[in-house]
Ligand binder design. Structure first.
Ligand SMILES: Cc1ncc(C[n+]2csc(CCOP(=O)(O)OP(=O)(O)O)c2C)c(N)n1
Ligand SMILES: [Mg+2]
Length: 424
């Protein structure tokens, strides 16, 4: 009997298999790590000139248990819990500051999404990069911005990351923390972060870069272009698709027709994966594996994190269009309450006392940061033109090494680079 030839390695990262009984058919698989598969549908109902949304399905199930992490140490679990608490409490403080008239612009909340925001960013190394969206303030905390920085930013204070020139979330740090400032045009961060990974590769390193996109934002053309380029070039982009059921007031049932957004990975030829975005362990493990793949130079990964936006789009939106049973269902899946229960009651890694101390410590730190931010000065009007335009005043430092072709002489490459960025 002749031996079956070994299957040719797949060109793509997606796991396409020939159906043995029907060679004209191929099947693809999308791993789904969730412990439950909520099954509901949101219907738009017209009533005269009004529309409202009705939810169909069984929403009575209790929250499932947290999935054990393969990678997080006990200390990292507690660190992650702390970040999530700080993320939530800081947003509550910002809401209060807004209501006191101290916030200059709007405020966006990541309520219910703290596990996704914090656990994903924790998988990055210190010298790797992220580009946050509006609900990723937790990721900014993990990457080294303090609650003080973020509160001062929202109040447009002179000491804020943008010196009071932006009163919202458009700030980053390309020198120390490796954070690309958010771009409001949805999807545009994807090619930018892909470009960061390309830049690192030209400097001889395969790194992981991370960004997030919503269930609404992923419909944009630039999402396709950016991710397709990353796929073809095998650049280490880790893309979290934060499926939180709403894009402003448009529910996912009116945004896309495929069952899960992770399926879109198949069309790019890259791995796709579904996780429960309210389970910090699932989010971290998925991010960790995707980052490792990125560091091996194997290309991007698309991770769909399912959860719900537990407030309106921003502080001005009361989210009255969201059917109440959905809030009840996702409140039972609160990422912080679930993680707290896991650490205190399941793993017993925190006693009730330790937990109370940890919460009190987060509160104390926030109070200090809030008082500092509130009492710090507004910018001097004379500083308006400063730090606004760059006419060559910023030195562009190389992060990893000199960009060069594989056999290019390093000194020659450095000269070329210096000429290109006008270094003095
Ligand atoms: C290209 C583009 N179109 C429209 C907008 C306006 N806009 C800002 S946020 C938003 C909704 C985004 O929903 P989603 O992507 O699901 O993210 P979520 O707010 O749920 O986190 C829209 C339409 C924009 N910023 N950019
Ligand atoms: Mg959304």
């Amino acid at each position: 009997m002749s031996k079956k030839p070994a299957p040719k390695p797949s060109r793509s990262g997606a796991t396409g298999l020939q159906n043995p009984t029907n060679p004209q058919q191929r099947t693809y698989s999308i791993p789904d790590w969730r412990a439950e598969r909520p099954d509901f549908r949101i219907e738009q109902v017209r009533e005269g000139e009004q529309v409202r949304y009705v939810v169909h399905g069984d929403l009575s199930a209790p929250a499932p248990p947290v999935r054990e992490s393969k990678y997080l140490t006990r200390e990292q679990h507690i660190e992650l819990y702390r970040w999530m608490l700080l993320n939530r409490r800081m947003e509550t403080a910002l809401e209060n500051l807004y209501k006191q008239g101290k916030v200059v612009g709007g405020v966006y909340f990541g309520l219910g999404q703290e596990a996704c925001s914090c656990a994903s960013a924790m998988a990055l190394r210190k010298d790797e990069w992220l580009g946050p969206m509006i609900r990723n303030q937790g990721a900014m905390l993990v990457k080294g911005f303090s609650a003080r920085d973020i509160m001062m930013q929202y109040m447009a204070k002179a000491g804020s990351p943008t010196f009071g020139k932006d009163a919202s979330s458009h700030f980053g740090d390309i020198h120390e923390r490796h954070v690309v400032s958010p771009i409001s045009t949805l999807g545009d961060l994807i090619p930018v972060l892909t470009g960061v990974a390309l830049g690192a590769r030209l400097q001889g390193r395969n790194i992981a870069v991370m960004t997030w996109i919503g269930d609404g934002g992923q419909s944009t053309g630039v999402t396709y272009e950016g991710l397709n380029f990353a796929a073809v070039q095998k650049l280490g982009l880790v893309l979290f698709v934060e499926n939180n059921i709403w894009a402003y007031s448009t529910p996912t049932d009116q945004q896309f027709l495929c069952k899960d957004l992770a399926e879109r990975a198949i069309a790019y030829g890259i791995p796709g994966l579904i996780v429960d975005g309210t389970d910090a362990c699932q989010v971290f493990d998925a991010a960790h594996e995707a980052c490792e793949r990125a560091r091996r130079g194997e290309g991007p990964t698309l991770i769909e994190a399912k959860m719900m936006r537990m407030k309106g789009h921003a502080i001005h939106d009361a989210a009255q269009y969201v059917p109440r049973p959905l809030f009840d269902y996702w409140t039972r899946r609160d990422p912080i309450a679930r993680f707290e229960n896991y650490l205190v009651n399941v793993k017993k890694w925190l006693t009730a006392d330790d937990n109370a101390k940890l919460i009190a410590d987060v509160e104390r730190q926030l109070e200090e940061d809030r008082d500092f931010a509130v009492n710090s000065p507004m910018p001097d009007p004379a500083s308006t033109p400063l730090e606004t335009w760059c006419d060559g005043c910023h030195e562009i430092k190389l992060t990893y090494d000199v960009p060069r072709y594989p056999n290019e002489n390093k000194d020659a490459a450095l000269k070329k680079h210096e000429a290109a960025v006008h270094l003095k």
